[in-house]
Design a protein around this ligand. Structure first.
Ligand code: COS
Length: 379
């Protein structure tokens, strides 16, 4: 067993760290406050090859391993979790899905520009009545000759506003449950395809989330991904990898919480001494560090198993539940260590608490992750 990162992974970590500190840190508070999408940051991430990290170079990706991806995700999210989720969706939900399940025609037409970061993708599974119960969707895709007509409402779509292409799931055959769900790639701007208003969120406010409205959107049969009726399994298999990305995002938020706690506790003087000399503070810091290290090991193990082509579904769920819960605990303790100042926006640490919360919810709630873990153990 070797816990040492490779030279390439160390380089990626350094590059992502420097990029996040110099390019994403300026303006991060304002972008959060005013819900400003990190347009320049995303364009620069594309130049660095961060938008299609694991995609094969044949399709304009970087051909890196999943461990490298988690390292970059952690560093980006440590500074700006909103930029982190934009990157995560494009990499692990969109590019991964297309590379593994789409035809060469689709890869040529869409994956190349998505993996290079020239275009941005979104992944649209959820609907108002189907979140955790994802197969209970109502959006329909009716086949008529050489195309489908897709109608319905999708919601909570990350990148919904700023993306060019959307991976979208719809029912092609009713009454057969998940076996009637199919996967499509749909272009923005097609007739009948409307984008909802940006949601006003608790955290990751600089990323965009919206509803999508489809009214008889004409989608060519060439844009069907995989087989008709095979969409639900494509969605679940893709989410397995997505959950590793979100676990890495949570890890970044937790690490930022620890970093801020360490520097503030050394500076803040109470009773004539820095508060870091108190065991009450030291034990919080020790617990944070211990939990973050454990979460990092779980994240890297899940990534490694994926790279080794081993079964990684339940380990990805373990990484996501644990890292997201660590992010919540670490960010809450970080605000506590900052005291009254931490409760003020200007301290910049309450954002960590707000950003952490979504990692327990999206790409499968902590409860759903526990279902996945328990099923894998009890089967
Ligand atoms: N990869 C591929 N296929 C999978 C899979 C996976 N990880 N997990 C299950 N499947 C297959 C099953 O084998 C089953 O196929 P068969 O009917 O041929 O045996 C099929 O998919 C349906 O599986 P299952 O019966 O377990 O589905 P459930 O409806 O019980 O749902 C959960 C399973 C709850 C785990 C799933 O619905 C889920 O992950 N929900 C959360 C969705 C989510 O993450 N939403 C966030 C959207 S993105 S922000």
């Amino acid at each position: 067993m070797n816990f040492q990162l490779t030279e390439e992974q160390i380089l990626i970590q350094k590059t992502a760290r420097e990029f996040a500190d110099t390019e994403l840190a300026p303006g991060v508070v304002e972008r959060d406050e005013k819900k400003i999408w990190p347009k320049e940051g995303v364009a620069k991430m594309a130049k660095l090859g961060f938008m299609g990290m694991m995609t094969d170079p044949t399709w304009n990706g970087e051909g890196m391993d999943t461990i490298s991806y988690t390292i970059a995700m952690e560093e980006i999210s440590r500074v700006d979790a909103s930029a982190g989720v934009v990157m995560s969706v494009n990499n692990s939900l969109v590019c991964y899905l297309l590379e593994n399940f789409a035809s060469n025609h689709i890869k040529e037409k869409y994956l190349k520009s998505l993996a290079s970061g020239e275009k941005l993708g979104a992944f649209s599974l959820s609907e108002p009545q189907s979140g955790s119960d994802a197969s209970n969707m109502k959006t329909t895709a009716k086949k008529e000759g050489d195309h489908y007509l897709i109608s319905g409402i999708k919601n909570w779509v990350t990148n919904g506003i700023n993306s060019d292409y959307v991976i979208l799931f719809a029912v092609t055959e009713k009454e057969v449950g998940h076996k009637g769900i199919s996967c499509f790639i749909v272009e923005k701007g097609w007739d009948g395809f409307e984008i909802g208003k940006p949601e006003n969120k608790l955290g990751i406010r600089a990323s965009d989330t919206c509803e999508l409205y489809l009214d008889n959107v004409k989608v060519s049969v060439d844009n069907l991904i995989g087989n008709e009726g095979g969409g639900f399994k494509i969605a679940l298999a893709t989410l397995d990898g997505g959950r590793i990305g979100i676990a890495a995002q949570a890890l970044g938020i937790a690490q930022a919480s620890l970093n801020a706690s360490v520097s503030y506790s050394k500076e803040r003087i109470q009773f004539g001494k820095p508060i870091s000399i108190n065991q009450a503070i030291q034990f919080k810091i020790a617990d944070m560090a211990m939990e973050i290290e454990s979460a990092r090991l779980l994240v890297r193990q899940a990534a490694w198993k994926k790279d080794q082509k081993q079964n990684y579904s339940h380990v990805a769920s373990m990484a996501k539940v644990y890292a997201s819960e660590v992010a919540i605990r670490a960010s809450t303790q970080c605000v506590q260590i900052h005291g009254g100042f931490g409760y003020m926006r200007e301290a910049g640490v309450e954002r960590l608490m707000r950003d952490a919360k979504i990692t327990q919810i999206y790409e499968g709630t902590s409860e759903i992750q526990r279902v996945v873990i328990a099923r894998s153990i009890l089967k």
